[in-house]
Design a protein around this ligand. Structure first.
Ligand code: FAD
Ligand code: TPP
Ligand code: MG
Length: 573
């Protein structure tokens, strides 16, 4: 049989190292599905909703750093991919989406299922093109792959079903895709300026993010020389928090008060590999210095005094010999002491407590203690993100997946599918909200179908609790947040999986342990208390003066006194 365009597509994917494809097939995709089937080298992971396919591919790309692929059939099939493609794009992970298209001769006639993927996906990709004739293959696809890999973004190929089935013009892929690891460093002159600014500052705080991955040792050396506390942004947690004597926690609404203080009280803030988005949490008077591999990121979030383009590892290696040892210890000591207090206070909330109520903090802490050394966790948008940020311990081997930049609900289960498909032998645990879980619950069936032993913890608080919290904080009555929930454990059983329930604090540990030992997928439903984070009590006009309401609620520590304290420190300092 002559080679078809679809076969050439598979050749290119194999050349780029792709091992699996997530999606749901459909007529316009049949040529591609058939080519994958015949070659038997790429695993077809059939999910139940295309959004889950894109979530799973994004998880794989995040964990491996390599290209991952999702597919959707024409019109509604590929339209279902879009939300998570936004997520992948924002997370800067290399994902290729193949959006099948209606027959090429029908394009422009408002044909059955007609959409224009090249317009639809333009905003959430760096490359998005229609392949309308065989001559474009493999070049268009190779450009897409190269773009996804080098920009670490989404690329989309729209491929009409009939074009996929036509004879290929070219025989082979043209490009050998190599892993790109260029080193990027500011110039000598820039490094001298950077060193000079840092050498003359005493109270320095580092805000580090996901762009510090792979540069842990250099970051620690830097903090030691500068006597600087390290605050991390959420996506940096898995790369920065472990083995880190300078760690003072996260900042932001879900952060630690210590992270907040360390940022607000410094003289110089050094941002490295972070795009921490919340402007309100940046200091107003400090000198701000930023290092990022992408020039366009500089000054995006805070006013900037000095900006440098470089990758973290190379830049820090070149910078370290130019730095003098900072002799001023007080700032670091104070920040570490604040951190110990904040940690203690959060740890107290993570105990079993007497009585019947199960606290989600306790569930997460117990899970953290029971999980394996190289577990992969995913946490839903909503309060599970808070519990993961505060109670999961990273160690350099564990990984953490979330929808941190796009903030889309229902991410934890499908991300766990991608993680488990990628690493069949690794423990994969999802932390889901009852709202988020129900949103893409159909993909429970994928676990059974592909024998993926994911462990799912569902925090059943019978509400969209995170939104309820936002409403309360905004001074409006919560509305539309109640959930009439099913029995999730029995739903799991109905899907052929293990379903368990931990209803009281003393059941939490044995039930979690049982689930983790099970060699198949297991769902653990935990009815948890609904309101875990207290809002500050009434704040006086005097206190509020000059200080935005938002900032008074700045750190949702679960203890009103901490929040008030935070406000008063900043108000009356
Ligand atoms: C419900 C909810 C609440 C949240 N609350 C918080 C919160 O309280 N606190 C918080 O921190 N986050 C919070 N987040 C997450 C937040 O929205 C951001 O996604 C997160 O802060 C960004 O983390 P980051 O800066 O580490 O990663 P990114 O946004 O991915 O930024 C990484 C940066 O590093 C750069 N980079 C990449 N590679 C390199 C390299 N090799 N060298 C140098 N630079 C490089 C990139 O160009 C980019 O600018 C929340 C999310 C949700 C869903
Ligand atoms: C797709 C989507 N829809 C709506 C929202 C707004 N939102 C953010 S968190 C949240 C509630 C999540 O509820 P649940 O999954 O039950 O977690 P909980 O906060 O209750 O623990 C909602 C509705 C969103 N982020 N994404
Ligand atoms: Mg809920």
């Amino acid at each position: 049989m002559a080679k078809r365009v679809a076969d050439l597509l598979v050749d290119v994917l194999l050349e780029s190292g792709v091992q699996r494809i997530y999606g749901v097939t459909g007529d316009s995709l049949n040529g591609v599905a058939d080519a994958i089937h015949r070659r038997e080298q790429i695993r077809w992971i059939h999910v139940r909703h295309e959004e889950a396919a894109a979530f799973a591919a994004g998880a794989e790309a995040h964990l491996t750093g390599k290209l991952a692929v999702c597919v959707g059939s024409s019109g509604p099939g590929n339209l279902h991919l879009i939300n998570r493609l936004y997520d992948c794009h924002r997370n800067r992970v290399p994902v290729l989406a193949i959006a099948a298209q209606i027959p090429s001769k029908e394009i422009g006639s408002n044909y059955f299922q007609e959409t224009h993927p090249e317009h639809l996906f333009a905003q959430c990709s760096n490359y998005c093109e229609l392949v309308s004739q065989p001559e474009q293959m493999p070049r268009a696809l190779e450009i897409a792959v190269q773009t996804a890999i080098s920009k670490r973004r989404v690329a989309v190929i729209a491929l009409p079903g009939d074009v996929a089935l036509r004879d290929a013009i070219q025989d082979e892929p043209r490009v050998h895709f190599s892993e790109q690891k260029p080193t990027v460093c500011p110039s000598e002159e820039e490094l001298s300026i950077l060193a000079e600014v840092l050498n003359r500052s005493k109270k320095i705080t580092i805000l580090a993010g996901a762009g510090c991955a792979g540069a842990h040792a250099e970051l620690m050396q830097l903090a030691g020389k500068l006597q600087a506390p390290i605050v991390h942004a959420m996506r940096g947690k898995e790369f920065i928090e472990y083995d880190n004597p300078f760690d003072v926690g996260m900042t932001g609404l879900l952060g630690f008060s210590s992270g907040y203080y360390a940022m607000m009280s410094c003289e110089a803030l050094l941002m490295i590999g972070t795009d921490f988005p919340y402007q309100e949490f940046y200091p107003k008077d400090a000198t701000i210095i930023q290092i990022d591999i992408r020039g366009e990121q500089l000054g995006r979030r805070a006013k900037l005094d000095f900006g440098f383009v470089g990758d973290t590892k190379t830049t820090l290696r070149a910078l370290l010999p130019k730095l003098q040892q900072n002799q001023y210890e007080a700032h670091l000591k104070r920040s570490l002491s604040d951190y110990r207090k904040a940690r203690l206070s959060l740890d107290e909330l993570a105990t079993a407590h007497s009585g019947k109520l199960v606290h989600p903090q306790y569930v997460t802490r117990t899970l953290d203690q029971l999980a394996s050394d190289d577990a992969v966790f995913s946490c839903d948008v909503g309060t599970p993100t808070i519990w993961a940020a505060r109670y999961l311990t990273m160690n350099g081997k564990r990984r953490l997946l979330g929808s941190f930049s796009h903030g889309s609900m229902a991410n934890a289960l499908p991300q766990a599918i991608g993680a488990q498909a990628t690493y069949p032998g690794r423990q994969v645990i999802s932390l889901s909200g009852d709202g988020g879980f129900a949103m893409l619950m159909g993909d429970l069936l994928t676990l059974r179908q592909h024998k993926l032993p994911v462990k799912m913890v569902v925090f059943k608080n019978d509400s969209l609790a995170f939104v309820e919290l936002e409403m309360k904080a905004g001074g409006i009555l919560d509305f539309g947040t109640d959930l009439q929930n099913p029995d999730f454990a029995r739903i799991a059983e109905g899907a052929g999986l293990m379903g368990l329930r931990a209803e009281t604090p003393d059941q939490v540990e044995p039930i979690l342990a049982k689930a983790l030992k099970h060699d198949g997928a297991a769902l653990i439903e935990v009815p948890v208390s609904r309101q875990e984070l207290s809002m500050p009590p009434t704040i006086t006009y005097e206190q509020a003066k000059g200080f935005s309401l938002f900032m008074m609620r700045a750190v949702l520590n679960g203890r009103a006194d901490e929040i008030i304290d935070l406000a008063s420190v900043n108000l009356f300092r």
